[in-house]
Write a protein that binds this ligand. Sequence first.
Ligand SMILES: [Zn+2]
Ligand SMILES: [Zn+2]
Length: 87
Amino acid sequence: MVRSAELEKESVVVDELISIDREPQRCECDHGDETAYAPCGRKAKWRVTIDCVCGEGHPRRVEILCSRCLRTARQEFGREAITARRL
Ligand SMILES: [Zn+2]
Ligand SMILES: [Zn+2]
């Protein structure tokens, strides 16, 4: 995944503004490979519902994601498949 320093900076600022009086939840996005699960671990800010995009009618997935992983998910699955709500 491409990581831009600018995105990183923007996310950090948002983290500090929003999460002061909230219980921190961690992004559960899997950044590992096929053999190992490696959670993202950044502060999560979005409850994200992802519709099945493979055409086999799987149930929606709900994931708790940080802003960066939400952006990645939108690129991966398309905006129409993603519904995000602030935690
Ligand atoms: Zn599916
Ligand atoms: Zn994340």
